[in-house]
Design a protein around this ligand. Structure first.
Ligand SMILES: Cc1ncc(COP(=O)(O)O)c(C=O)c1O
Length: 439
């Protein structure tokens, strides 16, 4: 295969593109690879170099890059009905809504299809406000829900100066972060005082005006933080006792990735609203907000205007249908469990040789490794994490570095990842960790 002139492409990109640099990312686009093609868990750059994609693109290619069933569905839809009015129904949209409802727990049933994770969370906030006729929305202090104005303002792990004023009636509650809590080993319900204080603050700041609380059932960008057992059920009680709605943002945890179809199933807590995005469209932009008959009816009462030109696009819904079929027919939640267990076993083995691996967390295809300089003080090893990222990038392993201290390595390998690829990735990682910590 002939390869494109990479330095020329970099020059063109840096001249004509907004040089997007997520502050959380270690290597800016200008210094990174330019991707050209991909298949399964591997992506190649313009120089023909292969990378194991343990970031699943931007987590949207968790089915594996270029899933054949999704590709066929896109092709078919692109020659049948690419786009249609978002006012009227279309066939793929109806089929997708029915199939999705069959995977959900009652009373979750009604879908609204949009494009991005942020859109779906905007919709969830809007529906919670319309349903309750209140306006207060709370999220974790290490939350990430998107980069539109409302979702940026409730993405407390991504706050920074210079974005202009935030929006009114948005609040933070403490994230239960066991590894960095003083008493998590000694006290099974160590998280309860945090929950109580969070709601005491909400009751002072928005008395009688709480519309909803939005959380991820496993906090991803905030540092791959698992919810302590019992926390989400207790959260739901607090939320419902105030007449508000519980919203689960399952952008990163839903559709099989954590070993069940939805993460809420593992928690025994059915939220009032759930949002899905990321690999929902099998790589095509597609998101959804799902709720019950009752909430839908009350939210629509008196009329509601919401939607985008590309809402419910048939091509995206056809891709979503194919991705859902792929997940169900191949029992991908089970695959996620197998991959997750195999990856964690490798990480635990690595931890026996490197005590700077302070904590190993996550489930299925959402895994985190928290690095510290000293396991007793837990001083975050942010510089080392950045160095490890750079070494791995050179060696052909992609992942991301997240968390409030920028010291959590986050791995999201696609469902297509093989044992041999897990071995290869963990070897690259072990070598990089050895170099960064000098052992
Ligand atoms: C949990 C969560 N919600 C929402 C979003 C925003 O999704 P999008 O980038 O598609 O707007 C993200 C993106 O990373 C996310 O991780």
């Amino acid at each position: 295969m002939s390869h494109t002139n990479t330095s020329g492409l970099h020059r063109t990109a840096d001249t004509y593109l907004i040089r997007n640099h997520l502050l959380t990312d270690v290597v800016p686009a200008s210094d990174g690879p330019i991707f050209e093609r991909a298949e399964g868990s591997v992506i190649w750059d313009t120089e023909g170099k292969a990378y194991l994609d343990f970031n699943s693109g931007q987590m949207c290619s968790a089915l594996g890059h270029n899933n054949p069933r999704v590709a066929r569905a896109i092709h078919h839809s692109s020659t049948t009905l690419t786009h249609a009015s978002s006012v009227y129904y279309n066939v793929p949209q109806i089929k997708l809504a029915k199939m999705l409802a069959e995977t959900l727990t009652a009373p979750l049933k009604r879908s609204m299809f949009i494009q991005s994770g942020a859109d779906s969370n905007e919709a969830a906030v809007l529906f919670a406000r319309r349903h309750t006729r209140c306006s207060g929305i709370a999220a974790f202090h290490l939350s990430f829900h998107g980069y539109t104005d409302v979702t940026r303002a409730i993405s407390y792990c991504a706050t920074g100066p210079g974005y202009g004023p935030t929006l009114p009636d948005l609040y933070a509650i403490p994230t239960p972060y066991a590894y960095r809590a003083a008493n998590a080993d000694a006290e099974p319900e160590w998280w309860r005082p945090l929950l109580t204080v969070g709601f005491e603050l909400l009751d002072r700041q928005c008395p009688g005006n709480l519309a909803g609380v939005i959380v991820e059932p496993l906090v991803s960008a905030g540092g791959v933080i698992e919810m302590p057992p019992g926390y989400l059920a207790a959260l739901q009680q607090e939320v419902h006792s105030r007449g508000a709605l519980l919203i689960f943002d399952e952008a990163q945890t839903g559709l099989g990735k954590l070993g069940t179809m939805y993460a809420y199933q593992q928690e025994g807590v059915v939220p009032d609203i759930v949002t899905l995005s990321k690999h929902f469209g099998g790589g095509i932009a597609l998101s959804v907000m799902i709720t019950s008959d009752e909430i839908e009816e009350k939210a629509l009462d008196g009329g509601l205007t919401f939607g985008h030109s590309h809402s419910s696009d048939p091509i995206a819904c056809a891709a979503g249908l194919a991705s859902l079929e792929e997940i169900i027919e191949n029992d991908l939640p089970h695959t996620a469990q197998t991959i997750g267990r195999a990856w964690q076993a490798r990480m635990r083995d690595l931890q026996t040789r490197c005590e700077m691996i302070g904590d190993i967390r996550g489930r299925g295809l959402l895994q985190g490794v928290e690095l510290v300089r000293d396991p007793s003080t837990k001083e975050p090893a942010a510089e080392e994490a950045a160095q490890i990222f750079q070494i791995c990038l050179k060696q052909g392993l992609l992942f991301s570095v997240r968390g409030p201290h920028k010291n959590v390595l986050r791995f999201v390998p696609p469902f297509t990842t093989t044992e041999a690829q897990l071995d290869q990735a963990s070897e690259i990682l072990a070598n990089a960790i050895g170099k960064a910590f000098g052992n």
